[in-house]
Design a protein around this ligand. Sequence first.
Ligand code: GLA
Ligand code: ZN
Length: 678
Amino acid sequence: MKTVKKSPPIVAKFPHFIHGGDYNPDQWLKWKDEIWKEDFRLARLAGINSFSVGIFSWTALEPEEGKYTFDWLDRVMDLLAENKMTAVLATPSGARPAWMSRKYPEVLRINAMRQKNLHGARHNHCMSSPVYREKVREINTALAERYKKHPALGVWHISNEYGGECHCPRCQEKFRAWVRERYRTLDNLNDAWWTTFWSHIYTDWSQVESPSPLGETNIHGLNLDWKRFTTEQHVDFYLHEIAPLKKITPNIPCTTNLMGTYPGIDYFRLAEVMDVVSWDNYPQWTGTDKDADIAVLASFKHDLTRGLKGKPFMLMESSPSATNWRPVAKLHRPGVHMLQSMQAVAHGSDTVQYFQIRKGRGSSEKFHGALIDHEGTEKPRVFKEIAEVGKRLKTMDAIIGTNTPSSAAIVYDWNIRWAVDDAKGFLQTNTNYEQTVVDHYSAFWQLGIPVDIIDSTKKLDGYDLVVAPMLYMLRPGFAEALDAFVKKGGTLVTTYITGYVDQSDLCFRGGFPGPLRKCLGIWAEEIDALYPDDSNSIKWKGKSYKAFDFCELIHAETAKPAGTYGSDFYKGQPALTVNNYGKGKACHIAARTGRDFLLDYYKDLTESLGIQTAVKKLPHGVTAQVRSDGKTDYVFVMNFTPGKQIVDTGSTGQKVSGKWELDPWECWIYERESRNEK
Ligand code: GLA
Ligand code: ZN
């Protein structure tokens, strides 16, 4: 197990759970005397101690070019300080004033069809526009200068949900320069992108263009590099945004709010330049038995977000009830708001924040959940539920900065996702990389085993078990790292389509799983894709489990077969293998299975490895997660079912032990002495 240590609070002078959310006082400037006063009164009542301000306020702050109107924000910042609240202060680049788009059309983004956007919406600037960058530099500098000494300033919230891509001629030029820097010669480029295919050989750098439905989409190396470049564009823009902030307010942490598994940016890369990671969580709760699965996905995204930097993160946004942009904006059932908030904390969040504090009267988000409804008082149910969260968080300061004691890691890698999603072959309709990783994760969730989510760039030290589903692409150094991990005594689990291609999406020669062939002790000769109505089965330990979608035909070379296929022309051939390798072992699951198999498989495996569960036996839909400072463990037991559940904590609880009855959507937290495992 990795050693856990406590991290410092996100805001050094504010060692409490940040409980707040997006606040748009500029929507109420005309009514500020009445409305703002109420906002602060209600915030105090609900135990809110933070507002995120200025997120889309550019026009309110700079109505004319170079003419700043900070007076209203001054007053809001002062009110925050007077109320002993901390400000999550945003840079406004998520949306821009109309005067800017008019005067400088170069700031507008161009899409893959080479069409220029009109002004409107948000998140739509060109990342390389010199004008946009200069305007951002000016306003960010002005904000930092103005509030550098303000007692309320806690965190910088950079822009909002970075995303998308720009295909304008300037961005194309930058892409060409990036490609040239990466490959140095056209020969290297043509080799890496396999351009002899369909006569796509580049004979001059100027011929390189971003992928487009109007042109090139079949060069997978190009598609991949465009995604990597787009990630670098966001990294570069982020660095540009924080440059003046770091200079003027070096001690204020910077973050930008991420979106879970959003496919457009490699978040492991973007997180490298962030001080603290934050994200926006909008699970699609149903209020039925289906919520156990919804909870698994939300937990996975929390763990992924924590894994980006391996330390506590911020839940920057969540809805306290309806999420207006969902086709069905179902209300959160009573108790669900508390549960989803505690769930975030259980997985490492040191904040519980919302979109939004007050509903605006117009435009598209007027029916989105909020602390303050149009009714305007503390009477609504949702308000009271938020106040309950506020009350509870106040008792939890000791948990701030604690970390997750994980013995197991699961690999989720954006580069792999891009390559797998793009692969033409196997099963294009049901590739489901993300879903597959979450399926493997679900077993650990149900067993109550805390895990870290890592990508191929992270160190494997300290883990007993590494699970790498659909490890299609082996990025430089990762096969070697896995090989060394197993040799030293670790256990590795891989699945079908592992070790097929390198970082340029070029197939390995010499048999799959490529450089992992020795470690896994198998040769994957062919892969069978099944139609949705087809199935096979895996026989394992006297039971039969359904196999579907992918069945890889493997040979156990040095590995031992542990399970076999139940039918078809490969009946009796190995479907599960174990290879004793060095001091460890490497296991392979050759076919896609349901969560039933994965639960049994990982239960068996983790028990044999002595990996402990947080709580011994959990009913379906109930999980237990742990945060620890190395001395005290805080165990969160959470019921994601609409029924009551009994959980036996055994005798390990310091403050509580024995059987508890959990109400529907209830979360219990208890303390116990840290376990000194291995
Ligand atoms: C996103 C945005 C917010 C708001 C919410 C609504 O997460 O960051 O500005 O639009 O969605 O759910
Ligand atoms: Zn551009």
